[in-house]
Design a binder for this molecule. Structure first.
Ligand SMILES: CC(C)(COP(=O)(O)OP(=O)(O)OC[C@H]1O[C@@H](n2cnc3c(N)ncnc32)[C@H](O)[C@@H]1OP(=O)(O)O)[C@@H](O)C(=O)NCCC(=O)NCCS
Length: 413
């Protein structure tokens, strides 16, 4: 049995899309094939693994193009790896590995500096030098325990922040502008193209899993739209307390965040509010009088691989100036092995290779995990993932890479 990687074109796109969904144990609605083709898929970034005997697609993969905000506010081109499957009939024959390697080479050729992904299984990607750069939380809270002890918006606040409901059409016009402001000011956020917005806001019955269609509310301050929430209700009958399921809540000011969560926690006839993918350092916990009532379950969010290590390191800013020599050891990428010296001046790094003795030794995966400031080098040291060669360099690494707030990627792909 031979497996060959082939391009995805309009001739095999339908078969490829069916194979993707089949790999995740699902059938696909014909309209959703067209929706992916029109609003999201970049054909030249997709790959099919074909069994040359049968001519059938047995493996799928690809990437979406994103712009990723890195610490300091610069954005870098990122390959958002997705659609990775191998049919159960052809597992463990290297199809996944060879598709990943083709996707990485193609991404490098088109100038992507970073590759990122959300993993369906968290043990799959460190072998390809992906590090867990962003964690997030899923929340559940009974709104009757939603009293605040603290808030940036006081009762006698002059702020005229207020919330109003909008319909789906108005939401489609308003949400992208608010999201775009958030992504420019949030480390770890990625952009959304107009097509991707259509894809995200698609709300036919079959995607609702028996919940209501989407509700939208906007927060406005001094005539500016500064926050939104998109949510569904899940209730059976008029007396069921049910659940309010927040799909996405974005704010660009502290006032909007507090106002939006005051609005959500004011609901009665709601047994619980569920919110997925909240930032690791979201302030709501610190605002509640009874914070334990906010159940938080952490999970891995964005995994990153630095495709061009010097360019990636030079793109972000640093919290402390100085010089640090980082040795990288990698089985997956022998070509990146070696020692990199970071000379940081005025928060910007210049990065060169050196033959000097390193200060610290890490894998490219752990460097990618540290890159966004979402994990401390101390945790990685205690986990046996970092070697400290010269005295004081752990504190230096920490001081340089730490960030003011935790990274957050609001966009799942
Ligand atoms: C995960 C998946 C894509 C792997 O496909 P595959 O073609 O069998 O993978 P490969 O043969 O290229 O294996 C690559 C390596 O990963 C390992 N591996 C792959 N899947 C694994 C799994 N589920 N558990 C443990 N190891 C796994 C292989 O053992 C191999 O390791 P090696 O190089 O040390 O031998 C496939 O099992 C699948 O489609 N799963 C369901 C969908 C899914 O989870 N996709 C990932 C989306 S984020």
């Amino acid at each position: 049995m031979n497996i060959e990687l082939r391009p995805v074109t309009d001739n095999n796109f339908v078969e490829w899309r069916k194979a993707v969904r089949h790999g995740f144990g699902q059938h696909v609605h014909p309209d959703d094939i067209a929706r992916l083709r029109n609003d999201r898929a970049e054909l030249d970034r997709l790959v099919a693994a074909v069994d040359t005997g049968s001519g059938r697609i047995i493996g799928t993969g690809g990437a979406d193009s994103y712009s990723l905000t890195v610490p300091g506010g610069a954005t870098v081109p990122m390959a958002g790896v997705a659609y990775m499957t191998t049919s159960v009939t052809h597992r463990r024959q290297g199809a996944f590995s060879s598709m990943m390697s083709q996707i990485h080479s193609a991404a490098r050729e088109r100038g992507d500096i970073i590759a990122g992904l959300w993993a369906s299984q968290s043990h799959l990607y460190s072998r390809f030098d992906y590090g867990l750069a962003i964690n997030s939380y899923d929340w559940e809270i009974d709104p009757s325990y939603g009293a605040f002890s603290h808030s940036p918006v006081s009762d006698d606040d002059e702020s005229d922040a207020h919330v109003y409901f909008v319909g789906a059409d108005e939401a489609a016009a308003m949400l992208p502008g608010i999201y775009e402001q958030m992504r420019q000011q949030t480390t770890g956020a990625v952009d959304r193209s107009p097509g991707r917005w259509r894809y995200e806001l698609f709300d036919e019955e079959r995607v609702r899993a028996r919940a209501s269609s989407m509700f939208f509310a906007i927060c406005e301050e001094a005539g500016e739209q500064t926050g939104y929430v998109a949510y569904r209700m899940r209730r059976v009958g008029d007396t069921d307390m049910g659940a309010l399921e927040v799909s996405e809540q974005v704010s660009v000011t502290d006032t909007a965040h507090a106002t939006m969560w005051r609005f959500l926690l004011n609901f009665d006839l709601v047994g619980k509010i569920i919110a997925v993918n909240r930032p690791a350092d979201d302030p709501l916990w610190w605002m509640l009088s009874d914070p334990r009532r906010l159940n938080r379950k952490s999970h891995d969010a964005l995994w990153l691989r630095l495709l061009d290590i010097p360019k990636a390191l030079e793109a972000r800013t640093y919290n402390a100036d100085g010089r640090l020599k980082i040795a990288l050891v990698s089985e997956a990428q022998p070509e990146v092995t070696g020692t990199y010296v970071l000379d940081i001046d005025d928060s910007q790094a210049s990065v060169n290779k050196t033959t000097d003795k390193p200060d610290v030794v890490v894998t490219p995966a752990d460097l990618a995990a540290l890159y966004m400031g979402g994990v401390t080098p101390g945790s990685l040291l205690e986990a046996g993932r970092v070697d400290v060669v010269t005295t004081g360099s752990l504190a230096k690494l920490h001081g340089m890479f730490s960030t003011d707030s935790a990274p957050w990627c609001a966009h799942y792909f």
